[in-house]
Design a protein. Structure first.
Ligand code: SAH
Ligand code: SF4
Ligand code: F3S
Length: 466
């Protein structure tokens, strides 16, 4: 291989794309690629794309317009630039990308990242290449483990994919088509990856999957393990002080997961549990396979297991056929659960999904109006949740330097950014912070005593009572 080549990767969409982008960089590193933050200097540009809503997918084409100018400028300097599109848009509309965007050299689907070096070699021979196969081999067997150096550079928190794909086929969603059928990684592979991360200084791990609590990976001796059991095992890994997981489906919350929230102090007391709608009529049309009452029941059981648990969620407004009454039920659910935060989206018809061809598609004006009413309700609960943190003491994992000299930024157990004056040597430590001010986007606090000497199990205790 020739001298170092520069790689620029940009991620859109969910955390799995962030994870995959890092793995792509790891796969390419032994082939002489080093990452750069400047696309104009890159020899290889990868856009890791998202297809979840129309807006997300269209972003790719506007970004490709910008990249085309960079590629032309590089060509004038006699520097060839290779442009690749990866991720869910690549999977869903690979051929169309090649047709619409001549700037693109390579289209690579999420199941083919381990083949990137070979695909780049093929480019030299074939011109343009498309690889969106769902191969029989398991990509996780081939993906480079996160390297020690790379993980250290990437900080004290990390994502680990434990499950990929989805078998649920909610009627609005493209994920089962772009990511394929559910696959769980074996327990031993997950444990080995988290151990490597811990050895490289990572303190907080988020287990990720499109439907992460459908996890059913093979454990030692061949038994299938649930996510709850996997969390128990990962919590035993030395150095890992905090655990999270995302994204969960309400119908896949089982007793082992609820027990994990009760028994594992390392498991942070916040859970993203998308509900989409508060109306049973709409939930049925979405094929969510849970009712409003079922959702409320799960939340109550989780809160009984862990009293300080905060819930966040996702909502879709303007699903085909949603009436004013249906929407009203979404608002009353928001008020009933008191979410600590939520993402809300206007329904976006996605090609190939059943909801896209349902009668009674709603006009955009109704979606806009309902979105704004829903967001007002969510913002009110979020502001109240943040306001209640004033004067409280939290365990905060310090992640990086802040904007002002002497300031560090960390995260509360509830993922709120917390700004605090502290020595840079404390990055990677879990400290207790008393919250003295609540800003619109972050909390401000003062340092109590460092907690790093405490057992990992004790670090979350400071948050109790929030
Ligand atoms: N696996 C997760 C969701 C992944 S997609 C789950 O089961 O909940 C993230 C969010 O995008 C969804 O929760 C949903 O709120 C939103 N979303 C998905 N498809 C959408 C569509 N067609 N239009 C609008 N929002 C959508
Ligand atoms: Fe999409 Fe989530 Fe439904 Fe799967 S469970 S189809 S990822 S919304
Ligand atoms: Fe988007 Fe694909 Fe993730 S569609 S949300 S990048 S699974």
């Amino acid at each position: 291989m020739s001298g170092p080549r520069k790689l620029f990767v940009k991620s859109y969409g969910c955390q799995m794309n962030v994870y995959d982008s890092n793995r792509m960089a790891d796969v390419l590193a032994p082939h002489g690629f080093v990452e750069t933050a400047a696309p104009e200097d890159a020899d290889l540009v990868i856009l890791n794309t998202c297809h979840i809503r129309e807006k997300a997918a269209e972003k790719v084409y506007s970004e490709l317009g910008r990249i085309r100018k960079l590629k032309e400028a590089a060509a004038r300097d006699d520097r060839p630039m290779t442009v690749a599109v990866a991720g869910c848009v690549a999977q869903a509309e690979g051929e169309e990308i090649l047709r619409r965007a001549p700037v693109v050299d390579l289209v690579v689907g999420p199941q083919s990242y381990h083949r990137l070096p070979a695909l780049i070699d093929r480019l030299a021979r074939e011109g343009r290449v498309l690889d969106t196969e769902f191969p029989v081999e398991d990509k996780f067997d081939f993906l480079e483990p996160p390297s020690r150096a790379a993980t250290r550079a990437r900080g004290v928190t990390a994502f680990v994919t434990v499950q990929e794909g989805c078998d649920r086929f909610c009627t609005f969603c493209v994920v089962p088509y772009t990511r394929g059928a559910e696959v769980s990684r074996p327990v031993a592979q997950v444990v080995a990856e988290v151990e490597r991360l811990a050895a490289a200084g990572v303190r907080e791990v988020t287990l990720i999957g499109q439907n992460v609590n459908a996890y059913h990976g093979g454990g030692p001796g061949g038994a299938e393990w649930s996510l709850g059991r996997l969390l128990q095992r990962v919590a035993e890994i030395e150095g890992i002080a905090r655990l999270r997981y995302t994204t969960s489906h309400p119908a896949d919350v089982d007793d082992t997961l609820i027990a994990a929230h009760r028994d594992l102090p390392q498991l942070m007391p916040c859970l993203h549990l998308p509900v989409q709608s508060g109306s049973d009529r709409v939930l049925t049309a979405m094929k969510r396979r849970h009712t409003r009452a079922h959702y409320i029941d799960i939340v109550e059981r989780l809160r009984t297991a862990r009293a300080d648990l905060a819930l966040t969620s996702d909502f879709i407004v303007g699903f085909p056929g949603e009436t004013e009454q249906d929407f009203h039920e979404t608002i009353t659910l928001v008020d009933h659960i008191c979410f600590a935060g939520a993402f809300s989206f206007k329904y976006s018809p996605r090609p190939g999904t059943p909801a896209a061809v349902m009668a009674e598609q709603l006009p955009d004006a109704i979606k806009v109006e309902r979105l704004s009413r829903l967001q007002t309700a969510i913002d009110r609960h979020q502001a109240a949740f943040n306001a209640r943190t004033l004067g409280k003491t939290f365990s905060v994992l310090l992640e990086k330097s802040g904007r002002h000299p002497g300031q560090l930024v960390g995260r509360s157990p509830y993922l709120q950014p917390v700004q605090v004056m502290a020595a840079p040597a404390l990055i990677g430590e879990i400290v207790t912070v008393r919250i003295t001010e609540v800003g619109p986007n972050s909390l401000f606090g003062v340092l109590d005593e460092p907690l790093s000497a405490a057992r990992p199990g004790q670090t979350a205790l400071a948050a109790a009572g929030a």
